[in-house]
Design a protein around this ligand. Structure first.
Ligand code: CIR
Length: 254
């Protein structure tokens, strides 16, 4: 069975961290509605939800992906790169300890879950403004004893590795090559985002279906042309907080 941890939108979402996007007003009600629709889609696609209440004092806490990396054998509780986000991990660890043995990223290491792309036993980690070398080294130490490879990946002009690349089918990555070099991923097939849609590489894959933002019709068409099954969501409000569709869940098997 698949579980998905989600958390409600903080009423202070307008005070979120922003790195590469310009601050715009966020409609809290609309963000909540869109988030609920996203949760409903997770359920439709077979996830049992663990819905955590909003943490009102933590503006970015809806983006649960950044707080942990959950693998079949263990979970790593991260140390988010943005100081304002560090307190988000406690409540997530409290849930995950019921399902997995926990390991922790410790100072001076930092790591955001949004920087970790898993392709079976290979873990690619964005060396970003949020995840540093020490964090990646600690991650490597934890994971190598479980048979995972860990590869640091240089990024530019985007927040996280999964802003630039996600897996959309067996052996297939959706990628913005302006933000990340494809060579590190070896022998994969690539679908490029449309040049007019730089933020379009972030998709959630559940089974053979993608949860995909409705904001990227050109890239959407390219995915459909490759026979990829998509379900779209309007994620426009949380996109203003620099969040994509992967950011709002932690999915794992039980
Ligand atoms: C932040 O800057 O941390 C949030 N405003 C957005 C985090 C998005 N998370 C993700 O891509 N995994």
């Amino acid at each position: 069975m698949l579980m998905a941890i989600t958390r409600g939108v903080s009423p202070r979402i307008t005070e979120c961290e922003l790195t590469h996007v310009t601050r715009e007003p966020i409609n809290f009600q609309r963000a909540q509605t869109q988030h609920q629709q996203y949760e409903e889609l997770l359920v439709e696609l077979g996830c049992k939800l663990i819905k955590l209440p909003a943490e009102s004092e933590l503006p970015d806490s809806v983006f649960v992906e950044d707080t942990a990396v959950v693998l079949d054998e263990l979970a790593v509780i991260t140390r988010p790169g943005a100081e304002s986000r560090r307190a988000e991990t406690g409540s997530i660890a409290a849930v995950l300890k019921q399902y997995r043995k926990l390991f922790y990223i410790k100072p001076p290491g930092t790591l955001d879950g949004g920087d970790v792309l898993q392709i079976s036993k290979s873990l690619y980690v964005g060396l970003s403004q949020r995840s540093n070398q020490q964090g990646i080294e600690q991650f490597h130490k934890i994971l190598s004893s479980f048979g995972y490879s860990v590869t640091a990946v240089t990024l530019h002009d985007c927040l996280h590795l999964k802003s630039a690349v996600t897996q959309v089918a067996d052996n297939t990555l959706l990628i913005n090559r302006q933000w990340v070099d494809d060579k590190v991923f070896g022998n994969m097939r690539f679908i490029d985002v449309s040049p007019t849609e730089p933020f379009a590489a972030n998709a959630v894959r559940i089974g053979n279906t993608l949860i995909y933002p409705s904001a990227f019709p050109m890239t959407h068409q390219k995915l459909v042309a490759q026979s990829i099954d998509l379900r779209t969501v309007d994620a426009s409000e949380l996109a203003k907080a620099e969040g994509g569709v992967t950011c709002c869940n932690l999915i794992f098997k039980v």
